[in-house]
Design a protein around this ligand. Sequence first.
Ligand code: GCW
Length: 683
Amino acid sequence: MSYSQCWLVYNSIDNYKDKDLLTDLHIYYEKDNALSNIMNNIIKELTQGLNSILNIKISANIIDGKETSSSIKSGIVLGLTGQNVINDIADTEQLTEEGYLLKEANQCIYIIGKTEKGLLYGAFDLLRRIATGEGIRGLKVIENPKNTLRMLNHWDNMDGSIERGYSGESFFMKKEEILVNQRTIDYARIVASIGINCVVINNVNVRGSAATGLITDRYLNKLKEMAEIFEGYGIKLYLSANFAAPMEIGGYKTADPLDQGVADWWKECVQNIYKIIPGFGGFLIKADSEGRPGPFTYNRTHADGANVLARALKPFGGLLVWRCFVYNCQQDWRDYKTDRARAAYDNFMGLDGKFDDNVILQIKNGPMDFQVREPVTPLFGGLKNTNMILEVQAAQEYTGQQKHVCYLIPMWKEVLEFNTYAKETNATIADIVSGKTYNQTHTGMAAVSNTGDDFNWTGHDLAGANLYGFGRLSWNTELSSEQIAAEWIKQIFPHKDKVYKAIMDILMGSWHTYEKYTSPLGIGWMVNPNHHYGPNVDGYEYDRWGTYHRANRNGMGVDRTKAGTGYASQYNEPNASMYEQKETCPEELLLFFHYIPYDYKLKSGVTLIQHIYDTHFEGVQEVEKMVEEWNGLEGLIPEDIFQRVQKRLTIQLESAKEWRDRINTYFYRKSGVDDAKKRKIYY
Ligand SMILES: CO[C@H]1[C@H](O)[C@@H](O)[C@H](O)O[C@@H]1C(=O)O
């Protein structure tokens, strides 16, 4: 088993200017017992990290928490609020449960938290600053996470495969068994270092032995080992469960959520889980979606379905995360009224306020399915009395499958900054999912993970920036895409201007580049069915999935105005009117909301058809430029990373050309309009 340490590689740096502050490690600890797992992990991380980065050996010195700080002359000091250590050091009233204070005073670096989890995050922050070369003299930061739930969803199956996995096989499970080993520990370290505190280890499509066994004694003892490792890094273990488990496991004839026997079955099942894993987080459920069982079978609502499970979890403080990815996947393409984009809102809006307080609705960022460009789902602007969590996809299912570079943080930032106008004052998605707008308790962000057992965890080395960025962004939604990329680059690569600039350029431009050579102006799809890689304009056009582009000889796009499917009206004003009119609709979403003739003039002055040709040529040129920039890094960065990325860039370039040619050819044939610049289109 061999794998990288990602951004915890702790590369050594020379001449770090504040090395003199890092002489010792003092830990205030009041408990008579041995140190907790979290404390031990913090000590290990700091000693190993500093040793590796700065070549210094520090030893941990445990101090009775009742002592005062005056006896300490220098070094790192860790302590909890309430201990004497901090009384004269700083005002820590602003700290929340997982927050921390980092402060330099009197030759000491203080890491102070309200809880040990806060200390853990503070320790990782300090290491990050040092690894990126940032000075720590004069440091004073108070950091509280913006979101309480910062979650990764793994779509791993018990046979070791990963649904939409592009980085090898699962490191959580193999051949129907749960794996617990050193990689489990390193996974926990790596994701804890970016603030992740909840992990769902198995696929939301719960099948096979996951469906029959994962929440039963067959696997719980092994899962307990994993949960304990996770807990040492502040992470709660969650499981995806099958709504029909009372039938599949319990042998019941029904999974009707209002059936008393079903409710009792869930209670017993959950009691048993908590008996074995007291720190268990809860369930993630995909119901009535893409063939999964759910409450609709019994004419019950999704609130009925979610609440029965939530009530079983409630006595133990467990949470029930319920996905809103519910739509009709048996559509007829000739039906111009049924619109998949409307589905989440239509299915869930009427249930606002009907969910128990430990239910959280998990809502995908867009109304369709993780396309390269989609509007933000209107559901966030609608629900007011419901816990909500934003779901994004780090796994690049529709964004190049980790063969292409596509840095997704700029996309997620746009989502977070979107103003829903749910209140008169600003109510951005970031405000709503952090609980700021409506004061819900359980809110936050979840990402479909892009990891697997590949050496570099993410298949494409540069896809590591998406995993890193998701964690950092879910901790602090105000960080910019550049800040996140900068941190990531500096922790992994040698500190050289040329390296920094090239990787920053490649990352920051990559999403728009990908968008240019794939499907235009928000229309999405146009991928090969099933595996979703590579262009196929009509791949889903006459299919049942509700993902149409409606191209004909005159134009293309889906009419989602009042004259069409009415989807635009699901937004609050002024967004609804903005999308309703083509003149005010943001152009990058024009074809998502409107059917547009090929000769329609865009704001740039070019016609729609010319825009399609131009962006597809540009997209390929931009990939060529990326390749060139990357090639310039040979010898300046670790050879293995250089080689791996170079190989993938070659694949990306080939694929980008294929996209360009297929898309341009298709629309040339449909429209009969020549490229004004007379470039070669492969018809
Ligand atoms: C886990 O199933 C996935 C499915 O593979 C994916 O193609 C679809 O887009 O989304 C589903 C979901 O989000 O549930």
